[in-house]
Ligand binder design. Structure first.
Ligand SMILES: [Zn+2]
Ligand SMILES: [Zn+2]
Length: 266
């Protein structure tokens, strides 16, 4: 695809400073810094009830008592390293399309629109309070080489600018993969991911509250791996902010069904 990092940042900067005055998603007249209202209406939003820990929507949990304290099936069986995770959108439909446009079609002009939604959520929920810096989830080295850019880093730079906090793009790195994960069970896979990240900037995260940025939260294992590395390097807290969150566990859609045969990881 041959798009240099400089060119991508160049486009991102053009967009940030409003050279284009059209919706970055559909091209209709509007602001380049936010999606137009038609595009916003198409995005499935992660509205309550959501898991109070990982932010996943609890569709089956609606009406089951105090929405503020609802916890999804996944989070009931796992001790997360991050304090909380939130995303404005559900990883479905238009939200999934935007992420795919960014990641696989290098449509980096969408970054300001998505990161604006993320920053607004961080402010509204108090996640941004006393946050010292933003750190992107690093891309796997092979993927970075192939894609040429890390979408989480683009989002982190933009979110950090909107929140007025510094970004530490090189804080984390991901160890090269050690073979296929396909035949490993859920617990073994999670253990591998937990150990896959290294903090390369301990002096800059020690004693700090870090806002970890990713495009999508799925099982939370990646975020936990990053949070673990940051905490081991002395970070005091890690909060996770993504653009979209997937429905992590089918049990939250149909509470009576246990699709994993009881194998909840610890
Ligand atoms: Zn639009
Ligand atoms: Zn959860």
């Amino acid at each position: 695809m041959g798009m240099s990092l400089a060119r991508i940042f160049g486009i991102a900067l053009d967009v940030l400073f409003g050279v284009r005055e059209s919706c970055p998603a559909c091209g209709r007249l509007g602001s380049a810094n936010s999606l137009c209202s038609e595009c916003m209406d198409l995005i499935p939003m992660a509205r309550p009830p959501i898991c109070s820990v990982c932010g996943t929507p609890l569709r089956g949990g609606a009406g089951r008592g105090d929405a503020e304290r609802e916890v999804c099936a996944g989070c009931r069986g796992i001790r997360h390293y991050f304090e909380c995770a939130r995303a404005p959108a559900i990883y479905e439909g238009a939200a999934r399309e935007h992420v795919h446009d960014l990641k696989y079609r290098a449509r980096v002009e969408i970054v300001p629109g998505l990161s604006r939604m993320m920053a607004l959520l961080a402010v509204r929920t108090g996640m941004a309070d006393k946050c010292d810096s933003a750190v992107p989830v690093p891309l796997h080295p092979d993927k970075l080489a192939r894609r040429g850019f890390n979408q989480a880093e683009l989002l982190a730079r933009s979110v950090a600018m909107l929140l007025g906090i510094p970004v530490i793009p090189e804080a984390l790195s991901r160890r090269a993969s050690t073979g296929t994960q396909t035949f490993l069970d859920r617990r073994r896979r999670r253990d591998n991911v937990l150990r896959a990240f290294v903090c390369d900037e301990p002096a800059r995260v020690a004693g700090r509250t870090v806002l970890l940025i990713d495009d999508v939260i799925t099982s939370g294992a990646t975020a936990d791996g990053c949070a673990r590395a940051l905490l081991r390097s002395g970070a005091s807290k890690v909060r996770v902010l993504a653009f979209a969150v997937s429905v992590a566990d089918e049990r939250d859609w149909a509470p009576s069904r246990n699709s994993f045969g009881g194998a909840v990881v610890s």
